[in-house]
Design a protein around this ligand. Structure first.
Ligand SMILES: [Fe+2]
Length: 270
């Protein structure tokens, strides 16, 4: 089994170039996101129900991946390595953030810790539920279709796999894609519902709106991992790996769009 350690890690300058190069590759390969033109009033509810399922699942999967990566390492009689430590530090921050705990401690310092049990208000997935209710005038149930379940299983497998730093490639691709996907979704909502891009849609505003959108920092934070863990000689292989993992995210979006459109066709034919 091949593991990467930081024997000759990529320098900060090269890492910045990497980030730039990766972004450029994505722009070239995927000049638009499937949600840019694929969302309509007819399919919105189904698409957003699948998206909600992903949003609910993500922090639990990320937390599980931290455990899996640790477990697989010690099961092979290896000591904890830098990949386990760094991906756990970043991954646990992402979990803390998704559960709304980071926002509470940012706003209120230690006093915010008293609010962590206020999960209905804090969890990002619950912010999303409320935004959906604002848009559709009703609550929707999350839908874990076979397509979304398969995507989430692959997500867990990838985030748990440190061989060739696959977990890092996936984290980078996932965050980069999340930034673009949420932006596309927000643009679509703005057009479909004629809803202003303001703080009333708190899930979207918190992630990609305002002056300091959180998602952009997540992208940078996860990308910093390459400085410590990706050997200089393997940069081109690593960029291919990030592109492959990014493609898996795009493909999930395409597949839930196609599910949602065929749902609508069946309803119309009935
Ligand atoms: Fe989030």
């Amino acid at each position: 089994m091949q593991y990467y350690s930081a024997s000759s890690p990529i320098s900060q300058i090269r890492a910045n170039n990497f980030l730039f190069e990766f972004d450029q590759c994505i722009d070239e390969l995927f000049p638009s996101h499937p949600f840019d033109s694929g969302i309509s009033i007819d399919n919105f509810e189904r698409v957003i129900s699948e998206y909600l399922a992903m949003s609910i699942s993500f922090p639990y999967i990320q937390a599980g991946a931290i455990y899996n990566n640790y477990r697989l390492t010690i099961d092979e009689n290896n000591d904890i390595n830098k990949n386990v430590e760094i991906t756990s530090a970043i991954g646990s921050f992402l979990v803390f953030d998704e559960f709304g705990c980071y926002a509470q401690t940012q706003k209120f310092g230690n006093d915010g810790l008293r609010n962590l049990t206020n999960v209905g208000h804090n969890f990002h997935s619950n912010l999303l539920r409320r935004d959906i209710e604002t848009l559709l005038g009703k609550r929707v149930k999350p839908v874990w279709s076979d397509v979304t379940n398969a995507y989430l299983s692959d997500l867990l497998a990838a985030l748990s796999d440190q061989k060739l730093n696959r977990n890092i490639a996936y984290m980078i691709a996932f965050e980069n894609h999340a930034n673009r996907m949420i932006m596309s979704l927000w643009n679509a909502i703005h057009l479909l519902f004629n809803f202003p891009k303001d703080s009333k849609l708190s899930y979207f505003y918190g992630h990609v709106g305002g002056e300091s959108p959180a998602e952009a920092f997540h992208v940078e934070m996860t990308q910093r991992m390459i400085e410590d863990l990706v050997p200089e000689v393997d940069v081109s292989q690593f960029i291919s790996s990030c592109i492959k993992e990014y493609t898996a995210n795009i493909s999930w979006c395409e597949r839930i769009l196609s599910l949602s459109n065929s749902d609508k066709r069946i309803q119309k034919d009935a």
